[in-house]
Structures are given as structure tokens and as C-alpha cells.
Design a protein around this ligand. Structure first.
Ligand code: IDP
Ligand code: MG
Length: 149
């Protein structure tokens, strides 16, 4: 187990539904700390840049259109195994396949409007966090002296 950071995005469908707080509670109840946050309405160009790894996928255009359809809530989460913990809270990409009680099972309408993004590995987490937040705007609550998050 390791203290990690992950990038989490509450997508336009969930911001529209006004469930940011409900989703934040799930992070906190799972032991994850919100150490940076901002609301953003992405430009087409920035959404394309953020999702560049998917640019050859058939769903790319739809994904970009959806991600710029309204404001999103972006946060950095910190905690033990934050990446896997957050992915577990999210559930499968397709909400129809997501376990009951996961964010996507409870809030998502479709695989396109699937409520939440989460980094999938330490390397991508670092890249995605740096895309939205300079280090000076991240407020780690990990104590170096006690070694506990
Ligand atoms: P993830 O969000 O669970 O990590 P990825 O495979 O990284 O899933 O895909 C990124 C996003 O692209 C998904 O969250 C979803 O919004 C969209 N997406 C992925 N696969 C499909 C698909 O088969 N049809 C439509 N949209 C998809
Ligand atoms: Mg992904």
C-alpha cells in the first residue's frame, strides 16, 4: 500500500444533476482527501489534448463533445492506493456493467455520459494532474514527519 495521488473529474452529466457533494462524500468516506479542486468549462482544444490517448477510437468525437457540453469539477485525490480506490468507487466504464453501489451504477445514463473520470496508473495520474494543477495549487495533507496520510 502506498500513498498516491489521482486525478478525478466529475463530468457534465453529474454537474448538471447537482450531485457533486454526493460524489465528494464517497471519496471522503473511502479515506481519500481532496487536495485540489476547480470547476472548468473545457474548450474543444483542451478536451482533445486531455483525451489525446483516445484520438483514434471511434468514440473520440462524441467523448469530446460530451466533455465540453457543460462545466466539469476537477479534483486531485490523495490517499493509500488512491488510483485503485477511486477506480473502484467509479465502477466499470459501461454503467450497465458497473457493480451496484458504484458511482457509475448509481448516477450514469450511458457509456457516453458516465459521470466520472479517474486516472488509471501512476504515470498517467502524474501527467493528468499536471495538466490541470501546478504543484503550488495542490495542498497535500500527508504528514512527512508522521508518515501517515
Ligand atoms: P474509463 O473512463 O473507464 O477509464 P476509457 O476506456 O479510458 O474508460 O475511456 C474514456 C472514456 O471514453 C470513457 O469514460 C467513456 O466516456 C468513453 N468511452 C469509452 N469506451 C466507449 C465506448 O465503447 N463507447 C462510447 N464511449 C466510450
Ligand atoms: Mg481511462
Amino acid at each position: 500500500m502506498m500513498k498516491e495521488r489521482t486525478l478525478s473529474i466529475i463530468k457534465p452529466d453529474a454537474v448538471t444533476k447537482n450531485v457533486i457533494g454526493q460524489i465528494y462524500s464517497r471519496f471522503e468516506n473511502a479515506g481519500l482527501k481532496i487536495i485540489a479542486a476547480r470547476m472548468v468549462h473545457l474548450s474543444y482544444a483542451d478536451a482533445e489534448k486531455f483525451y489525446a490517448v483516445h484520438k483514434n477510437q471511434f468514440f473520440f468525437k462524441n467523448l469530446i463533445k460530451f466533455m465540453i457540453s457543460g462545466p466539469i469539477m476537477i479534483q486531485v485525490l490523495e490517499g493509500e492506493d488512491a488510483i485503485a480506490k477511486h477506480r473502484k468507487l467509479m465502477g466499470e466504464t459501461d454503467p450497465k456493467k458497473a457493480d451496484k453501489g458504484t458511482i457509475r451504477s448509481d448516477f450514469s445514463e450511458s457509456i457516453d455520459a458516465n459521470t466520472i473520470h479517474g486516472s488509471d496508473a501512476p504515470k498517467t495520474a502524474a501527467i493528468e494532474i499536471a495538466f490541470f494543477f501546478p504543484e503550488m495549487n495542490i495542498y497535500s495533507r500527508y504528514s512527512i514527519t508522521s508518515g501517515t496520510p
